[in-house]
Design a protein around this ligand. Structure first.
Ligand SMILES: NC(=O)c1ccc[n+]([C@@H]2O[C@H](COP(=O)([O-])OP(=O)(O)OC[C@H]3O[C@@H](n4cnc5c(N)ncnc54)[C@H](O)[C@@H]3O)[C@@H](O)[C@H]2O)c1
Ligand SMILES: N[C@@H](CCO)C(=O)O
Ligand code: NA
Length: 436
Protein backbone atom coordinates (compact mmCIF):
# COMPACT_ATOMS: atom_id res chain seq x y z
CA UNK A 1 0.00 0.00 0.00
CA UNK A 2 1.18 3.53 -0.77
CA UNK A 3 -0.17 6.49 1.16
CA UNK A 4 -1.17 9.45 -0.99
CA UNK A 5 -1.45 12.96 0.47
CA UNK A 6 -3.53 15.39 -1.58
CA UNK A 7 -2.82 19.10 -1.10
CA UNK A 8 -5.72 21.25 -2.33
CA UNK A 9 -9.25 20.20 -3.22
CA UNK A 10 -10.37 22.65 -5.92
CA UNK A 11 -11.27 22.04 -9.56
CA UNK A 12 -8.52 19.48 -10.19
CA UNK A 13 -7.87 18.18 -6.65
CA UNK A 14 -11.49 17.18 -6.09
CA UNK A 15 -11.44 15.13 -9.33
CA UNK A 16 -8.19 13.42 -8.31
CA UNK A 17 -9.79 12.50 -4.96
CA UNK A 18 -12.87 11.16 -6.77
CA UNK A 19 -10.81 8.95 -9.08
CA UNK A 20 -8.68 7.62 -6.19
CA UNK A 21 -11.81 6.70 -4.23
CA UNK A 22 -13.92 5.38 -7.12
CA UNK A 23 -11.28 3.48 -9.02
CA UNK A 24 -9.19 1.97 -6.18
CA UNK A 25 -9.16 -1.66 -7.35
CA UNK A 26 -8.22 -1.01 -10.92
CA UNK A 27 -5.60 1.59 -9.91
CA UNK A 28 -4.10 -0.98 -7.52
CA UNK A 29 -3.92 -3.54 -10.33
CA UNK A 30 -2.20 -1.03 -12.63
CA UNK A 31 0.17 0.38 -9.99
CA UNK A 32 1.13 -2.84 -8.24
CA UNK A 33 0.09 -1.29 -4.91
CA UNK A 34 -3.10 0.13 -3.44
CA UNK A 35 -3.08 3.95 -3.62
CA UNK A 36 -4.67 4.95 -0.35
CA UNK A 37 -5.89 8.54 -0.06
CA UNK A 38 -4.47 9.32 3.38
CA UNK A 39 -5.95 12.81 3.60
CA UNK A 40 -6.70 16.06 1.79
CA UNK A 41 -5.22 19.35 2.98
CA UNK A 42 -7.84 22.08 2.59
CA UNK A 43 -8.19 25.69 3.63
CA UNK A 44 -11.82 25.37 4.65
CA UNK A 45 -13.52 22.18 5.90
CA UNK A 46 -16.94 23.43 4.82
CA UNK A 47 -16.25 24.86 1.36
CA UNK A 48 -18.61 23.79 -1.41
CA UNK A 49 -16.83 21.34 -3.74
CA UNK A 50 -17.48 19.89 -7.21
CA UNK A 51 -17.43 16.35 -5.74
CA UNK A 52 -18.95 14.92 -2.53
CA UNK A 53 -16.06 13.58 -0.46
CA UNK A 54 -15.91 12.01 3.03
CA UNK A 55 -15.38 14.86 5.47
CA UNK A 56 -12.98 12.82 7.61
CA UNK A 57 -10.38 12.99 4.81
CA UNK A 58 -10.07 16.77 5.19
CA UNK A 59 -7.36 18.28 7.34
CA UNK A 60 -5.89 21.73 7.83
CA UNK A 61 -2.54 20.26 8.89
CA UNK A 62 -0.81 20.00 5.54
CA UNK A 63 2.70 19.45 6.98
CA UNK A 64 1.64 16.49 9.13
CA UNK A 65 -0.18 15.02 6.15
CA UNK A 66 2.93 15.33 3.98
CA UNK A 67 5.03 13.69 6.68
CA UNK A 68 2.74 10.65 6.74
CA UNK A 69 2.74 10.05 2.96
CA UNK A 70 4.70 8.03 0.38
CA UNK A 71 3.36 10.14 -2.49
CA UNK A 72 2.29 13.77 -2.42
CA UNK A 73 -0.03 15.38 -4.96
CA UNK A 74 0.16 19.19 -4.89
CA UNK A 75 -2.88 20.92 -6.45
CA UNK A 76 -3.12 24.08 -4.35
CA UNK A 77 -1.44 26.28 -6.92
CA UNK A 78 0.56 29.45 -6.19
CA UNK A 79 4.10 29.69 -4.87
CA UNK A 80 3.73 29.37 -1.09
CA UNK A 81 2.99 27.16 0.77
CA UNK A 82 3.10 24.83 -2.28
CA UNK A 83 6.88 25.23 -2.64
CA UNK A 84 7.72 24.54 1.02
CA UNK A 85 5.40 21.54 1.15
CA UNK A 86 6.88 20.06 -2.03
CA UNK A 87 10.41 20.56 -0.64
CA UNK A 88 9.37 19.00 2.66
CA UNK A 89 8.05 15.92 0.81
CA UNK A 90 11.12 15.62 -1.43
CA UNK A 91 13.56 15.99 1.49
CA UNK A 92 12.02 13.04 3.23
CA UNK A 93 12.26 11.04 0.00
CA UNK A 94 8.58 11.13 -1.00
CA UNK A 95 7.83 11.57 -4.70
CA UNK A 96 5.62 14.45 -5.76
CA UNK A 97 3.10 15.00 -8.55
CA UNK A 98 2.06 18.59 -9.26
CA UNK A 99 0.15 20.66 -11.83
CA UNK A 100 1.73 23.89 -10.64
CA UNK A 101 3.35 25.45 -13.70
CA UNK A 102 3.62 28.86 -12.02
CA UNK A 103 5.86 27.38 -9.32
CA UNK A 104 7.88 25.19 -11.70
CA UNK A 105 8.51 28.05 -14.13
CA UNK A 106 9.93 30.05 -11.24
CA UNK A 107 11.77 27.39 -9.20
CA UNK A 108 11.73 24.26 -11.38
CA UNK A 109 15.49 23.69 -11.78
CA UNK A 110 16.13 24.01 -8.01
CA UNK A 111 13.24 21.65 -7.21
CA UNK A 112 14.36 19.11 -9.84
CA UNK A 113 17.89 19.09 -8.43
CA UNK A 114 16.59 18.68 -4.90
CA UNK A 115 14.41 15.75 -6.02
CA UNK A 116 17.40 14.17 -7.73
CA UNK A 117 19.58 14.55 -4.61
CA UNK A 118 16.90 12.86 -2.49
CA UNK A 119 16.13 10.03 -4.88
CA UNK A 120 12.60 11.33 -5.22
CA UNK A 121 10.64 11.97 -8.40
CA UNK A 122 8.88 15.23 -9.27
CA UNK A 123 6.37 14.83 -12.10
CA UNK A 124 4.17 17.46 -13.69
CA UNK A 125 2.32 16.23 -16.78
CA UNK A 126 -0.73 18.22 -15.65
CA UNK A 127 1.27 21.46 -15.63
CA UNK A 128 1.45 21.72 -19.43
CA UNK A 129 -1.56 21.32 -21.70
CA UNK A 130 -3.72 19.51 -19.13
CA UNK A 131 -4.70 16.02 -20.23
CA UNK A 132 -2.44 15.99 -23.30
CA UNK A 133 0.57 13.71 -22.88
CA UNK A 134 3.38 16.12 -23.78
CA UNK A 135 5.84 16.17 -20.86
CA UNK A 136 6.34 12.40 -20.94
CA UNK A 137 6.74 12.27 -24.75
CA UNK A 138 9.38 15.02 -24.59
CA UNK A 139 11.20 13.55 -21.59
CA UNK A 140 11.01 9.92 -22.63
CA UNK A 141 9.77 9.13 -26.15
CA UNK A 142 11.89 11.86 -27.77
CA UNK A 143 14.89 11.60 -25.45
CA UNK A 144 16.94 10.04 -28.26
CA UNK A 145 16.13 12.80 -30.75
CA UNK A 146 17.07 16.48 -31.03
CA UNK A 147 14.07 18.77 -30.66
CA UNK A 148 14.46 22.02 -32.56
CA UNK A 149 11.10 23.77 -32.18
CA UNK A 150 7.95 23.60 -30.08
CA UNK A 151 4.88 25.59 -31.11
CA UNK A 152 1.71 25.37 -29.11
CA UNK A 153 -1.66 26.56 -28.02
CA UNK A 154 -1.17 25.86 -24.32
CA UNK A 155 -3.76 28.03 -22.59
CA UNK A 156 -7.38 26.92 -22.78
CA UNK A 157 -8.87 30.11 -21.39
CA UNK A 158 -7.37 32.40 -24.02
CA UNK A 159 -8.06 29.95 -26.83
CA UNK A 160 -11.68 29.80 -25.67
CA UNK A 161 -11.93 33.61 -25.56
CA UNK A 162 -10.34 34.16 -28.99
CA UNK A 163 -12.45 31.38 -30.50
CA UNK A 164 -15.68 32.83 -29.09
CA UNK A 165 -14.74 36.31 -30.33
CA UNK A 166 -13.94 34.87 -33.78
CA UNK A 167 -16.97 32.62 -34.22
CA UNK A 168 -19.80 34.28 -32.29
CA UNK A 169 -18.54 37.86 -32.04
CA UNK A 170 -18.71 37.49 -28.22
CA UNK A 171 -17.30 40.31 -26.12
CA UNK A 172 -13.98 39.61 -24.36
CA UNK A 173 -15.45 39.92 -20.84
CA UNK A 174 -18.37 37.55 -21.52
CA UNK A 175 -16.09 34.90 -23.03
CA UNK A 176 -13.72 35.17 -20.05
CA UNK A 177 -16.59 34.80 -17.56
CA UNK A 178 -17.72 31.63 -19.32
CA UNK A 179 -14.17 30.20 -19.30
CA UNK A 180 -14.05 30.85 -15.54
CA UNK A 181 -17.41 29.17 -15.03
CA UNK A 182 -16.20 26.10 -16.91
CA UNK A 183 -13.14 25.75 -14.64
CA UNK A 184 -10.48 26.56 -17.27
CA UNK A 185 -9.19 29.82 -15.84
CA UNK A 186 -6.55 30.24 -13.12
CA UNK A 187 -7.64 31.50 -9.70
CA UNK A 188 -6.55 34.94 -10.93
CA UNK A 189 -7.40 34.97 -14.67
CA UNK A 190 -4.88 37.78 -15.27
CA UNK A 191 -2.32 34.96 -15.53
CA UNK A 192 -4.30 33.55 -18.46
CA UNK A 193 -5.19 36.71 -20.40
CA UNK A 194 -1.78 38.39 -19.94
CA UNK A 195 -0.05 35.26 -21.25
CA UNK A 196 1.81 34.45 -18.00
CA UNK A 197 0.28 30.97 -17.72
CA UNK A 198 1.25 30.16 -21.32
CA UNK A 199 4.70 31.66 -20.67
CA UNK A 200 5.20 29.38 -17.64
CA UNK A 201 4.30 26.38 -19.80
CA UNK A 202 6.58 27.62 -22.60
CA UNK A 203 9.46 27.85 -20.10
CA UNK A 204 8.84 24.26 -18.97
CA UNK A 205 8.56 22.95 -22.53
CA UNK A 206 11.77 24.73 -23.57
CA UNK A 207 13.66 23.49 -20.48
CA UNK A 208 12.79 19.88 -21.26
CA UNK A 209 13.02 20.10 -25.05
CA UNK A 210 16.42 21.84 -25.12
CA UNK A 211 17.91 20.45 -21.84
CA UNK A 212 18.68 23.94 -20.60
CA UNK A 213 17.16 25.92 -17.73
CA UNK A 214 14.57 28.41 -18.98
CA UNK A 215 12.60 30.42 -16.44
CA UNK A 216 9.55 32.64 -16.74
CA UNK A 217 11.79 35.73 -16.87
CA UNK A 218 13.43 34.41 -20.05
CA UNK A 219 10.13 34.28 -21.92
CA UNK A 220 9.05 37.30 -23.98
CA UNK A 221 5.38 37.52 -23.24
CA UNK A 222 2.42 39.42 -24.61
CA UNK A 223 -1.17 38.46 -23.73
CA UNK A 224 -4.46 38.88 -25.58
CA UNK A 225 -5.87 41.94 -23.81
CA UNK A 226 -4.89 44.26 -26.66
CA UNK A 227 -6.42 42.08 -29.38
CA UNK A 228 -9.47 43.96 -30.64
CA UNK A 229 -12.64 42.84 -32.40
CA UNK A 230 -11.28 44.82 -35.40
CA UNK A 231 -8.04 42.77 -35.39
CA UNK A 232 -10.08 39.57 -35.39
CA UNK A 233 -12.39 40.80 -38.17
CA UNK A 234 -9.44 41.99 -40.29
CA UNK A 235 -7.66 38.65 -39.77
CA UNK A 236 -10.82 36.81 -40.79
CA UNK A 237 -11.16 38.95 -43.95
CA UNK A 238 -7.64 38.01 -45.00
CA UNK A 239 -8.03 34.28 -44.29
CA UNK A 240 -6.28 34.26 -40.90
CA UNK A 241 -7.23 33.40 -37.34
CA UNK A 242 -5.62 34.86 -34.20
CA UNK A 243 -4.23 32.38 -31.63
CA UNK A 244 -2.11 32.88 -28.53
CA UNK A 245 0.97 30.81 -29.39
CA UNK A 246 3.87 29.66 -27.25
CA UNK A 247 6.97 29.36 -29.43
CA UNK A 248 10.25 27.83 -28.28
CA UNK A 249 13.05 27.37 -30.78
CA UNK A 250 16.72 26.67 -31.09
CA UNK A 251 18.21 29.64 -32.94
CA UNK A 252 21.55 31.00 -34.14
CA UNK A 253 22.58 34.05 -32.17
CA UNK A 254 23.85 37.38 -33.53
CA UNK A 255 22.58 37.94 -37.07
CA UNK A 256 21.78 34.31 -37.55
CA UNK A 257 25.20 32.69 -37.92
CA UNK A 258 26.54 32.71 -34.35
CA UNK A 259 26.44 30.17 -31.56
CA UNK A 260 23.33 28.19 -30.67
CA UNK A 261 20.80 29.76 -28.34
CA UNK A 262 17.10 29.57 -27.58
CA UNK A 263 14.19 31.89 -28.12
CA UNK A 264 11.04 31.41 -26.07
CA UNK A 265 8.04 33.67 -26.53
CA UNK A 266 4.28 33.92 -26.16
CA UNK A 267 2.17 36.32 -28.21
CA UNK A 268 -1.04 36.61 -30.19
CA UNK A 269 -0.24 35.26 -33.63
CA UNK A 270 -1.98 35.27 -37.01
CA UNK A 271 -2.24 31.80 -38.52
CA UNK A 272 -3.62 30.96 -41.96
CA UNK A 273 -7.05 29.30 -41.51
CA UNK A 274 -5.75 26.11 -43.15
CA UNK A 275 -2.91 25.72 -40.59
CA UNK A 276 -3.52 22.68 -38.30
CA UNK A 277 -3.28 24.87 -35.17
CA UNK A 278 -6.04 27.15 -36.57
CA UNK A 279 -8.46 24.22 -36.21
CA UNK A 280 -7.89 24.03 -32.42
CA UNK A 281 -11.17 25.36 -31.07
CA UNK A 282 -12.68 26.21 -27.70
CA UNK A 283 -10.54 25.36 -24.66
CA UNK A 284 -8.62 22.67 -26.57
CA UNK A 285 -4.83 22.80 -26.66
CA UNK A 286 -2.33 21.49 -29.20
CA UNK A 287 1.44 21.29 -29.24
CA UNK A 288 3.58 20.91 -32.37
CA UNK A 289 7.01 19.47 -31.86
CA UNK A 290 9.69 19.45 -34.53
CA UNK A 291 12.60 17.09 -34.03
CA UNK A 292 15.52 16.34 -36.32
CA UNK A 293 14.67 12.69 -36.83
CA UNK A 294 10.98 12.40 -35.88
CA UNK A 295 10.02 15.37 -38.06
CA UNK A 296 6.77 17.13 -37.14
CA UNK A 297 4.51 15.75 -34.39
CA UNK A 298 1.27 17.20 -33.11
CA UNK A 299 -0.34 16.51 -29.73
CA UNK A 300 -3.96 17.55 -29.32
CA UNK A 301 -6.62 17.37 -26.61
CA UNK A 302 -8.22 18.96 -23.58
CA UNK A 303 -5.77 21.42 -22.06
CA UNK A 304 -7.79 22.48 -19.04
CA UNK A 305 -10.71 21.51 -16.81
CA UNK A 306 -10.93 19.40 -13.66
CA UNK A 307 -11.42 15.92 -15.07
CA UNK A 308 -8.96 16.13 -18.00
CA UNK A 309 -6.25 17.61 -15.79
CA UNK A 310 -6.91 14.96 -13.14
CA UNK A 311 -6.28 12.33 -15.82
CA UNK A 312 -2.73 13.66 -16.29
CA UNK A 313 -2.16 13.75 -12.50
CA UNK A 314 -3.34 10.15 -12.19
CA UNK A 315 -1.00 9.05 -15.01
CA UNK A 316 1.96 10.52 -13.13
CA UNK A 317 0.77 8.98 -9.87
CA UNK A 318 0.42 5.47 -11.29
CA UNK A 319 3.79 5.70 -13.09
CA UNK A 320 5.54 6.87 -9.94
CA UNK A 321 3.82 4.17 -7.87
CA UNK A 322 4.95 1.48 -10.33
CA UNK A 323 8.54 2.61 -10.03
CA UNK A 324 8.32 2.76 -6.25
CA UNK A 325 6.93 -0.78 -6.19
CA UNK A 326 9.82 -1.86 -8.41
CA UNK A 327 12.23 -0.17 -5.95
CA UNK A 328 13.61 2.21 -8.57
CA UNK A 329 12.23 5.75 -8.56
CA UNK A 330 12.82 7.43 -11.94
CA UNK A 331 15.17 10.35 -12.23
CA UNK A 332 13.79 13.85 -12.50
CA UNK A 333 15.38 15.54 -15.52
CA UNK A 334 17.92 18.21 -14.78
CA UNK A 335 19.46 20.51 -17.37
CA UNK A 336 22.61 19.24 -19.10
CA UNK A 337 23.73 22.54 -20.65
CA UNK A 338 23.18 26.29 -20.45
CA UNK A 339 22.12 27.86 -23.73
CA UNK A 340 21.96 31.67 -23.95
CA UNK A 341 18.65 33.35 -24.77
CA UNK A 342 18.41 35.08 -28.15
CA UNK A 343 18.01 38.87 -28.33
CA UNK A 344 15.76 40.62 -30.86
CA UNK A 345 18.37 40.14 -33.60
CA UNK A 346 18.25 36.35 -33.19
CA UNK A 347 14.48 35.98 -33.57
CA UNK A 348 13.07 35.64 -37.10
CA UNK A 349 9.36 36.24 -37.56
CA UNK A 350 6.75 37.78 -39.87
CA UNK A 351 4.55 40.74 -38.96
CA UNK A 352 1.09 41.87 -39.94
CA UNK A 353 0.99 45.66 -39.66
CA UNK A 354 -2.19 47.75 -39.87
CA UNK A 355 -1.90 51.50 -40.64
CA UNK A 356 -4.31 54.37 -40.99
CA UNK A 357 -2.92 56.74 -43.61
CA UNK A 358 -3.99 59.78 -45.58
CA UNK A 359 -5.34 58.73 -48.97
CA UNK A 360 -2.91 60.81 -51.02
CA UNK A 361 -0.57 60.15 -53.93
CA UNK A 362 2.84 58.81 -52.92
CA UNK A 363 1.89 57.56 -49.43
CA UNK A 364 2.16 53.90 -50.29
CA UNK A 365 5.60 54.33 -51.83
CA UNK A 366 6.86 56.25 -48.78
CA UNK A 367 5.68 53.44 -46.49
CA UNK A 368 7.14 50.82 -48.82
CA UNK A 369 10.48 52.68 -48.79
CA UNK A 370 10.72 52.30 -45.00
CA UNK A 371 10.31 48.53 -45.30
CA UNK A 372 13.03 48.52 -47.97
CA UNK A 373 15.43 50.62 -45.83
CA UNK A 374 15.31 47.96 -43.12
CA UNK A 375 15.61 45.08 -45.55
CA UNK A 376 12.10 43.85 -44.73
CA UNK A 377 10.34 42.26 -47.68
CA UNK A 378 6.56 42.64 -48.13
CA UNK A 379 4.61 39.43 -48.70
CA UNK A 380 1.12 40.94 -49.15
CA UNK A 381 -0.69 44.30 -48.91
CA UNK A 382 -4.40 45.21 -48.75
CA UNK A 383 -5.88 48.67 -48.93
CA UNK A 384 -9.35 49.63 -47.70
CA UNK A 385 -10.60 53.14 -48.42
CA UNK A 386 -12.29 55.00 -45.58
CA UNK A 387 -14.94 57.73 -45.73
CA UNK A 388 -14.45 60.82 -47.92
CA UNK A 389 -13.96 61.20 -51.65
CA UNK A 390 -10.97 59.27 -52.95
CA UNK A 391 -8.22 61.55 -54.09
CA UNK A 392 -9.88 64.63 -52.55
CA UNK A 393 -7.00 64.98 -50.13
CA UNK A 394 -9.00 64.66 -46.91
CA UNK A 395 -9.91 60.96 -46.97
CA UNK A 396 -8.23 58.08 -45.23
CA UNK A 397 -7.19 54.61 -46.17
CA UNK A 398 -6.31 51.59 -44.10
CA UNK A 399 -3.28 49.61 -45.20
CA UNK A 400 -2.47 46.10 -43.96
CA UNK A 401 0.89 44.57 -44.74
CA UNK A 402 2.13 41.05 -44.13
CA UNK A 403 5.92 40.79 -44.27
CA UNK A 404 8.26 37.95 -45.07
CA UNK A 405 10.30 36.68 -42.14
CA UNK A 406 12.86 39.17 -40.85
CA UNK A 407 14.61 39.76 -37.55
CA UNK A 408 12.40 41.01 -34.74
CA UNK A 409 14.85 43.91 -34.49
CA UNK A 410 14.42 44.99 -38.14
CA UNK A 411 10.64 44.68 -37.85
CA UNK A 412 10.45 46.74 -34.66
CA UNK A 413 12.64 49.45 -36.23
CA UNK A 414 10.47 49.43 -39.37
CA UNK A 415 7.30 49.96 -37.32
CA UNK A 416 8.95 52.77 -35.32
CA UNK A 417 10.00 54.58 -38.52
CA UNK A 418 6.61 54.10 -40.19
CA UNK A 419 4.96 55.69 -37.14
CA UNK A 420 7.05 58.81 -37.73
CA UNK A 421 5.92 59.35 -41.35
CA UNK A 422 3.68 62.45 -41.70
CA UNK A 423 1.19 60.62 -43.92
CA UNK A 424 0.70 57.87 -41.31
CA UNK A 425 -2.01 58.78 -38.81
CA UNK A 426 -1.70 55.69 -36.67
CA UNK A 427 -0.37 52.16 -36.50
CA UNK A 428 -3.56 50.29 -35.62
CA UNK A 429 -2.09 46.85 -35.02
CA UNK A 430 1.14 44.90 -35.06
CA UNK A 431 0.74 41.13 -34.87
CA UNK A 432 3.22 38.33 -35.55
CA UNK A 433 2.36 35.81 -38.24
CA UNK A 434 3.30 32.11 -38.37
CA UNK A 435 2.73 29.47 -41.00
CA UNK A 436 3.01 31.60 -44.14
N1 LIG B 1 -8.00 24.00 -13.66
C1 LIG B 1 -7.27 23.57 -14.67
O1 LIG B 1 -7.77 23.39 -15.76
C2 LIG B 1 -5.81 23.29 -14.49
C3 LIG B 1 -5.13 22.66 -15.53
C4 LIG B 1 -3.76 22.39 -15.39
C5 LIG B 1 -3.11 22.74 -14.23
N2 LIG B 1 -3.80 23.37 -13.24
C6 LIG B 1 -3.04 23.71 -12.03
O2 LIG B 1 -3.46 22.86 -10.98
C7 LIG B 1 -3.41 23.56 -9.76
C8 LIG B 1 -4.79 23.58 -9.14
O3 LIG B 1 -5.68 24.21 -10.03
P1 LIG B 1 -7.25 24.29 -9.77
O4 LIG B 1 -7.86 24.75 -11.02
O5 LIG B 1 -7.72 23.03 -9.16
O6 LIG B 1 -7.29 25.47 -8.70
P2 LIG B 1 -8.42 25.80 -7.63
O7 LIG B 1 -8.25 27.22 -7.26
O8 LIG B 1 -9.75 25.34 -8.13
O9 LIG B 1 -8.02 24.85 -6.43
C9 LIG B 1 -6.96 25.09 -5.55
C10 LIG B 1 -7.46 24.68 -4.17
O10 LIG B 1 -6.36 24.70 -3.27
C11 LIG B 1 -6.80 25.28 -2.07
N3 LIG B 1 -5.66 25.85 -1.35
C12 LIG B 1 -4.93 26.92 -1.68
N4 LIG B 1 -3.99 27.14 -0.74
C13 LIG B 1 -4.14 26.19 0.19
C14 LIG B 1 -3.49 25.89 1.42
N5 LIG B 1 -2.51 26.66 1.85
N6 LIG B 1 -3.90 24.83 2.11
C15 LIG B 1 -4.92 24.06 1.70
N7 LIG B 1 -5.59 24.29 0.53
C16 LIG B 1 -5.20 25.35 -0.20
C17 LIG B 1 -7.81 26.35 -2.49
O11 LIG B 1 -8.65 26.68 -1.42
C18 LIG B 1 -8.54 25.63 -3.62
O12 LIG B 1 -9.63 24.88 -3.15
C19 LIG B 1 -2.85 24.94 -10.09
O13 LIG B 1 -1.46 24.92 -9.91
C20 LIG B 1 -3.22 25.12 -11.54
O14 LIG B 1 -2.36 26.01 -12.20
C21 LIG B 1 -5.12 23.64 -13.33
N1 LIG C 1 -5.76 28.24 -16.83
C1 LIG C 1 -5.18 27.22 -17.63
C2 LIG C 1 -5.43 25.88 -17.03
C3 LIG C 1 -4.65 24.79 -17.69
O1 LIG C 1 -3.31 24.86 -17.32
C4 LIG C 1 -5.76 27.28 -19.03
O2 LIG C 1 -6.71 28.04 -19.27
O3 LIG C 1 -5.25 26.61 -19.91
NA1 NA D 1 -0.10 17.47 -20.14
Amino acid sequence: MLKVALLGCGTVGSQVARILLEDGDSLAARSGARLELAGIAVRSMDAKRDVDLPRELFTDEAEALVDSADLVVELMGGIEPARSLILRAIRKGASVVTGNKALLAQDGPALFEEADRNNAELSFEAAVAGAIPIIRPIRESLSGDRITRVLGIVNGTTNYILDQMDTTGAAFADALAEAQRLGYAEADPTADVEGHDAAAKAALLATLAFHTPVSLDDVRCEGITKVTAEDIAAAKDSGFVIKLLAIAELVRLGDGDGAEGTSVRVHPTLLPREHPLAAVRGAYNAVFVEAENAGQLMFYGAGAGGRPTASAVMGDLVSTARRLVAGAPGRTDTATRRLPMAGVEGIFTSYSIGLEVADQPGVLSRVAAVFAEHGVSIEAMRQTLGDGAAGAGNSRAELRFVTHRATEKALAETVADIKNLDAVESVTSVLRVEGV
